[in-house]
Design a binder for this molecule. Structure first.
Ligand code: PEP
Ligand code: MG
Length: 886
């Protein structure tokens, strides 16, 4: 390792914003802000490579690290005109962790490091006593919690005692004497809990904190956070050591956090919160309720604003945020401290935002000339578009609003009230929906939040842990709902005259902040003008067509409104399942002769024809692929006694005859049995009826409704060329007959699904006969992996947890295995038929990484469920843009 420590201060820095992998997000941006000439307290970053070294070498540090740290520290001392560990004029440090991406699961911050019984006296002499001891007690409290692992509640109890003794409401009102007592009390707690005195040597404190940051990379909660957010174990964290500036020196001091645009709506307004006479952690921890930095952030409250109370510093802050936003060309989330009226910047990073806000900011920034359309498209994630399609409360339904908190993360959800994260995780395993209710949340709650439908907290602001994490997870969250009184012991909360107990149903609306008693149904959100503009750009940048898997006119209509450009898979068997048709379907299957079967099929025919007409109408002008009947016949068969009796009666036969027939239809492995085109081979009259319905529907629409339509008839489950030829010729004959009877010209095409590995291997020969291929990756995955789609649920999650498969192969295409087969089939297909149309219609068709894969292979389209269409459109555009870049 050539260099382990990177200095920043006084307008120049050894790092920059591009060095996030080495310096972590925080370190890289501190360096960048310093170089921009912004007021950043000097400091240095110990790189992530040191973290990697630390873990590879039994927690040893690389040679020369200590010297490099000492040298960097000396530079900080010189710039600050103070000395670390100096009794008269002590330099204090802040130590903060910082990985490549923000990770609330890790040790975050230790402030005021360098204080002991002697240096505190120097600090008191230079500033004032109350401030010095406030900083000292904060230091012991934080250091004990995050470095020594002493549980914070004992410290909180002591503070509470002092508040009572001094009859004050907040910590900032405690006197110097009270704070001195706290320091002594805290040290006793540490001795009792750890068996060792609190470390008084500043150097030992510093190395203790550095080690704790590196250790925290592998804490249980950090590992859990990485697992949920798919962050690599190998990245490691950096450590940022920086000179302290103080927001707790008096009433001309403050600390706060802000967003350069509204992170909830995306509106172009400076938005944030601050606390006067406080240190950074107070804002995030939700201990005191923060004040808005300006009127725009006030949400109707009449709390004092920063703009009003410290106008000069506020002006500086506005100038700084504008510089940052212009420089980073993105919405920033900033942390600042004001010491004696002077502004200092402690952090800037790309602000987390809701899906709505992501789209609006991207569109606004293009219109402001700040970014290009391409950048805008790449900035909104497919997951955010998915979030946009999230439900909101049905306004027609009455609601019993019992409280209102901050609208911290949009979306609405109902569930059973639960007060602990562990229980939330337990109940999730039992498929229960829960709303997690807490005073506030901390990184330990990540698992519980993930398991909940929504989160409600009594404390904390819009930038509290609960708010930020929920927004990232796309879960509804109502934060800072001060009117609820939580009683963990009795597992209930009260608000006004209401008592809400564990297990009661609660609804929260993260967009309005409303807390509602009981269940309220939800509907999907309206997609606004920003979304429409954004999606128009998206569509201009993609090569892949996006179709939908849909089989009812209603679903096809929904798919159209989401921008589907055709139906990629219409599973006709779904039409057979309908209540009104099932009797005829059963008659068809159980019929003793072809004649009886045909007469049953005649009953189904008009219904199918009407279905197809409805679908064609909704998809007017776009292609529709209709798959002929696929599933095993026994799925339609009667199971209960009354059903058997009823079908026997309708066929004029005995119950026993039907039972015998049912036994004969039993299959040991129906997924590999008499299904798909095998039914078409055994009972050609089924496919004939379906094809006739498709073609007559098309002809009638063309004749009567002036339509242009080209039905695509798809044969499922093909495994042999002869099998395909046989069916294709039967289908063509029916088509030609309908066309000649109806005297209309309809361009139709016939193709197949690639679902059986053998079909992939003989793709060249099949392609000579087929107009199109659609990869049925559900079955192709099942058969390639030898993994039953219906039975793997009980053990497959373990495979993913153990890393045997990187992700569930039924969700995201197994590119190394199934993907190889797909790629080989594409290559062979093009060899057999250079103009063959290729698509995908398995569930993978809506998965981002699979879409990228299909784009790479030059597919014509992907097809997915209607609600995923916008997600797929974006993923397809991003795939094209990324391919161009690489
Ligand atoms: C498939 O196998 O991927 C497919 C789309 O067909 P089904 O899910 O209906 O078997
Ligand atoms: Mg299939």
């Amino acid at each position: 390792m050539e260099k382990a420590v990177y200095f920043f201060g006084d307008g120049s820095a050894e790092g920059n914003r591009e060095m996030k992998s080495l310096l972590g997000g925080k370190g890289a941006n501190l360096a960048e802000m310093t170089s921009l000439g912004l007021p950043v307290p000097p400091g240095f970053t110990i790189s992530t490579e040191v973290c990697t070294f630390f873990y590879l070498n039994q927690k040893q540090y690389p040679q020369g690290l200590e010297t490099a740290v000492d040298q960097a520290l000396q530079k900080v001392e010189t710039l600050m005109g103070l000395r670390f560990a100096d009794k008269n004029n002590p330099l204090l440090l802040s130590i903060r962790s910082g990985a490549r991406v923000s990770m609330p699961g890790m040790m975050d911050t230790v402030l005021n490091l360098g204080l002991n019984d002697e240096t505190v006296l120097g600090l008191a002499r230079n500033a004032d006593e109350r401030f010095a001891y406030d900083s000292y007690r904060r230091f012991i409290q934080m250091y004990s919690d995050v470095v020594l692992g002493v549980s914070p509640h004992q410290f909180e109890n002591l503070i509470e005692e002092e508040r009572r003794r001094e009859t004050v409401k907040s910590d900032s009102e405690l006197t110097a004497e009270a704070l001195k007592r706290l320091v002594a009390g805290f040290k006793k707690i540490v001795l009792m809990e750890t068996g060792k005195a609190f470390p008084s040597d500043p150097k030992a404190q510093l190395w203790g904190a550095i080690s704790a940051v590196f250790d925290s990379w592998n804490s249980a909660r950090a590992i859990s956070y990485r697992r949920i957010h798919k962050i690599s174990e190998d990245w490691g964290t950096a450590v940022n050591v920086q000179a302290m500036v103080f927001g707790n020196m008096g009433n001309d001091c403050a600390t706060g956090v802000a967003f350069t645009r509204d992170p909830s709506t995306g509106e172009k307004r400076f938005f944030g919160e601050f606390l006067s006479n406080a240190q950074g952690e107070d804002v995030v921890a939700g201990i005191r309720t923060p004040c808005p930095i300006n009127k725009e952030s006030a949400n109707g409250s009449d709390l004092p604003t920063l703009e009003g109370t410290m106008p000069v510093a506020y002006k500086d802050l506005v100038r700084t945020y504008q510089i940052l936003e212009k420089h980073y060309r993105d919405m920033q989330d900033i942390e600042f401290t004001i010491q004696k009226g002077k502004l200092f910047m402690l952090q800037t990073r790309t602000g987390k935002r809701t899906a709505n806000s992501a789209v609006r900011i991207a569109v606004d920034m293009v219109n402001e000339g700040l970014i290009s359309q391409t950048e805008a498209i790449l900035r909104v994630t497919p997951a955010q578009v998915e979030q946009l399609l999230h439900p909101r409360l049905d306004p027609r339904h009455p609601k019993d609003v019992i409280a209102k908190g901050l609208p911290a993360s949009p979306g609405a959800a109902s569930g059973e009230v639960i007060f602990s994260s562990e229980e939330a995780e337990e109940l999730k395993k039992k498929n229960k929906k829960v709303i997690l209710v807490r005073h506030e949340t901390s990184p330990e709650d990540i698992g519980g939040m993930d398991a909940s439908e929504g989160i409600l907290t009594a404390l904390g602001g819009m930038t509290s842990h609960a708010a930020v994490v929920a927004r990232g997870m796309g879960k509804p969250c109502v934060a800072g709902c001060g009117s609820i009184n939580i009683d963990y012991k009795n597992q209930q909360f009260t608000v006004g005259s209401h008592k809400v107990k564990k297990g009661d149903i609660l609804t929260i609306d993260g967009a309005s902040g409303e807390v509602i008693l009981g269940y309220v149904p939800t509907i999907n959100s309206q997609l606004d003008e920003y979304f429409k503009a954004f999606m128009t750009w998206v569509d201009g940048h993609r090569k892949l067509q996006v179709r939908a898997n849909a089989e009812t006119p209603h679903d096809v209509k929904v798919a159209r409104t989401f921008g589907a450009e055709g139906v990629g898979l219409c599973r006709t068997e779904h039409m057979f399942f309908e209540e009104s048709r099932i009797m005829a379907v059963r008659q068809m299957i159980l019929a003793e002769s072809k004649k009886h079967r045909e007469s049953a099929l005649e009953k189904i025919f008009p219904m199918q024809k009407e279905d197809f007409k409805g679908i064609f109408r909704e998809m007017r002008g776009f292609p529709v692929t209709i798959r002929l009947l696929d599933p095993p016949l026994h799925e339609f068969l009667p199971k209960t006694d009354p059903e058997i009796v009823s079908i026997a009666r309708s066929l004029g036969t005995s119950k026993e005859t039907i039972q015998a027939k049912l036994r004969s239809l039993h299959e040991f492995n129906p997924m590999l049995g008499h299904r798909g085109c095998r039914l078409g081979v055994s009972f050609p009259e089924i496919y004939s009826m379906q094809v006739r319905a498709i073609m007559e529907a098309a002809c009638e629409l063309i004749k009567k409704e002036d339509f242009k339509i080209e039905p695509e008839i798809m044969i499922p489950f093909i495994g042999a060329v002869e099998e395909y030829r046989l069916l294709k010729s039967a289908i063509s004959a029916v088509c030609e007959k309908v066309l000649s009877d109806q005297k209309v010209q309809v361009a139709f095409s016939i193709g197949t699904m690639i679902e059986i590995p053998r079909a992939a291997l003989i793709a060249d020969k099949l392609a000579e006969e087929a107009s199109f291929f659609s990869f049925g990756t559900n079955d192709l995955t099942q058969m390639t992996l030898g993994l039953s789609r219906d039975d793997s649920g009980s053990f497959l999650p373990l495979y993913v947890e153990k890393g045997i498969y990187a992700s569930d192969p039924f969700v995201s295409l197994d590119q190394d295995g199934v993907g190889e087969l797909v790629s080989l089939a594409c290559e062979r297909a093009k060899r057999g038929n250079s103009s063959i149309k290729i698509g995908i219609c398995g569930e993978h068709g809506g998965d981002t990484s699979t879409i990228e894969f299909c784009n790479r292979l030059g597919f014509n389209y992907v097809s997915c469920s209607p609600f995923r269409v916008p997600v797929a459109r974006l993923a397809a555009a991003q795939a094209t843009l990324k391919q161009k870049v690489s």
